[in-house]
Ligand binder design. Structure first.
Ligand SMILES: [Zn+2]
Length: 539
């Protein structure tokens, strides 16, 4: 296939809107090709397929949310067609609807940010039913009892072998921390409020968990850095714990997830203010740090999180139905429906804080667009967020409609910055692919996966990014003008770093003592990943 006459935005290869020919053969980008199909992309924008590095699309909390919210299914049904299965769900769509909607929006890769190891098999089953996109997940390790024991005992080597074994056993992609130590404390009616609170019964602190697992991720040469959901999410004054976490990384690579939810000034229980200027400046001057935003958008959504105490807090504030699911020895999670209102002071502050992050972060390569789907909003809101970033006049219009008292306390009215298409291409594909260590994604250089999105060049950027003209996945035109043209399932991406099998003796003992599941039954068998690709760890 050849794509001709299109304006190409490929930041990885420093291509900024030049008219270029893109050639595809056997699912990869090649230098030239003879014969085959030609797409004339005159008047169109050509970008690599979108990459979502932080969303929630599989695993127990997503599935619990689906079960808990039948009203959500009814909001947005997708009838079957000759090329697609049926699906339902607006904020927590079913597997099929999830894959089709990402694809129809030009996204070809998505990573679930939080799967407890014990539920890995189930997450893979859902992945194999999630069409079109390539996908992977991060493995929850921030409240894992075996890990906390090794940290407390100073067993650095054993910790490294265990983490490698756990990634191998779960076929996961990266190390994820959610409210490190705090979820374990919550099981005893507590929580971690600073990164120096001690986790009862383990003698470790969030600071030690963060440092040890950042170190371990680097020692194992994992393609993605330790991925951190900090302590105190959603609580006024939490910016201090966020800054402490950044400092605790002490130069080691670390990714701070949905940083919007962690940038609040004020006092716990009191009114929120924005502390983005201080935090963004810290990130700007520390190249070891990367973030995704977790933008809040107004409307109804579902909060689902590995942070059990957070969901309980939201349930207390909003009085809506709530589910809590603890995972033995490993994690917890909570789910609660939530509506973000544009007249509400707190919600407007959250919305504004996300935009401040986008506008104050200087290096687009180190921030990624996310809504923490569906926590801040559904991923379906990405096109509207892009318009807010690219179109200052539109942003000003919206600013007039939201809570003015909240906006006055942020720097948003002073921000005139507009993102270019080149920068949008960075924060939606090139950057996330680089942060994930996916060398063949997020760009259109020779050898890259032929995941390509072609948009009509429109003034209204929301419209433009909502419905690409063509979406090409591994060389096949899967989407044309919003319609899925053929069945395709994408691959599951995972890592399998080497470990010393001697560690299995200790893990087995731990299983015999504390797990309700046998050691032998724990690792995910290969046939749960019918279409997969191992991403090699760097030597
Ligand atoms: Zn998340």
């Amino acid at each position: 296939m050849r794509i001709i006459n299109g304006e190409v935005y490929d930041p990885t290869n420093s291509i900024n809107g030049e008219v270029r020919e893109i050639c595809i053969d056997k699912g990869r980008i090649v230098a030239s090709v003879s014969g085959g199909k030609t797409i004339d992309a005159a008047g169109m924008i050509v970008m690599p397929g979108g990459v979502d590095m932080h969303c929630h699309i599989a695993g127990p909390k997503v599935n619990t949310a689906r079960k808990m919210r039948p009203e959500d299914h009814r909001l947005d049904p997708m009838p079957r067609t000759s090329t697609t299965r049926s699906g339902v769900g607006k904020t927590v769509p079913s597997t099929f609807a999830t894959g089709y909607r990402y694809a129809a929006m030009g996204y070809t890769t998505a990573f679930d940010a939080a799967v407890p190891p014990m539920a890995a098999r189930h997450a893979h089953e859902e992945f194999s039913d999630t069409p079109v996109v390539d996908k992977g997940f991060f493995v929850l390790m921030g409240n894992n009892e075996f890990i906390m024991q090794q940290i407390a005992a100073g067993e650095r080597e054993k910790l490294r072998h265990y983490v490698a074994w756990l990634l191998h056993a779960t076929k996961g992609y990266a190390v994820k921390l959610v409210n490190p130590g705090g979820v374990e404390l919550w099981k005893f009616r507590g929580n971690a409020h600073t990164i120096d609170d001690e986790v009862t019964g383990f003698g470790v602190t969030p600071r030690q968990i963060i440092g040890s697992l950042a170190e371990t991720s680097m020692d194992l040469h994992l393609p993605h850095a330790v991925h951190i959901h900090c302590n105190n999410l959603g609580i006024a004054g939490n910016w201090q714990a966020t800054l402490d976490t950044m400092k605790a990384l002490d130069g080691r690579r670390g990714h701070l997830a949905h940083v919007q939810f962690h940038s609040y000034g004020g006092r716990p229980g009191g009114l929120f203010t924005s502390r983005v200027p201080e935090l963004a400046e810290y990130v700007n001057t520390h190249p070891n740090l990367t973030v995704d935003i977790g933008q809040v958008m107004f409307g109804e959504t579902t909060s689902l999180t590995g942070d059990g105490p957070l969901a309980y807090m939201l349930h207390q504030i909003h009085g809506r139905k709530w589910a809590n699911v603890d995972v033995e020895n490993e994690e917890g999670c909570g789910i609660v429906p939530i509506e973000y209102k544009d007249k509400n002071y707190v919600h407007t502050t959250q919305w504004a804080i996300g935009l401040e992050w986008f506008l104050l972060a200087r290096d687009p390569w180190r921030i990624a667009l996310s809504t923490d789907h569906p926590n801040g909003a559904s991923f379906a809101a990405y096109p509207q967020i892009i318009r807010l970033l690219m179109d200052r006049e539109y942003r000003k219009e919206i600013l007039k409609k939201v809570n003015p008292r909240a906006i006055a306390k942020t720097t948003l009215l002073e921000q005139d910055r507009e993102y270019s298409l080149f920068e949008i291409a960075i924060i939606t594909r090139a950057g996330p692919a680089r942060l994930l260590g996916l060398n063949n994604k997020g760009h259109l250089g020779i050898g890259a996966d032929a995941d390509v999105t072609i948009y009509d060049k429109l003034e209204d950027k929301e419209k433009m990014f909502s419905s690409p003209r063509y979406v090409i996945k591994e060389g096949d035109v899967l989407v044309e003008e919003g319609h899925i043209r053929m069945e395709s399932y994408g691959r599951t991406l995972f890592v399998s770093p080497p470990y010393d099998p001697a560690v299995e003796k200790d893990i087995r003992e731990f299983f015999d003592k504390y797990y309700t599941i046998e050691f032998e039954n724990y690792p995910v068998q290969d046939h749960y990943l019918p279409r997969h690709q191992e991403i090699r760890v760097n030597p």
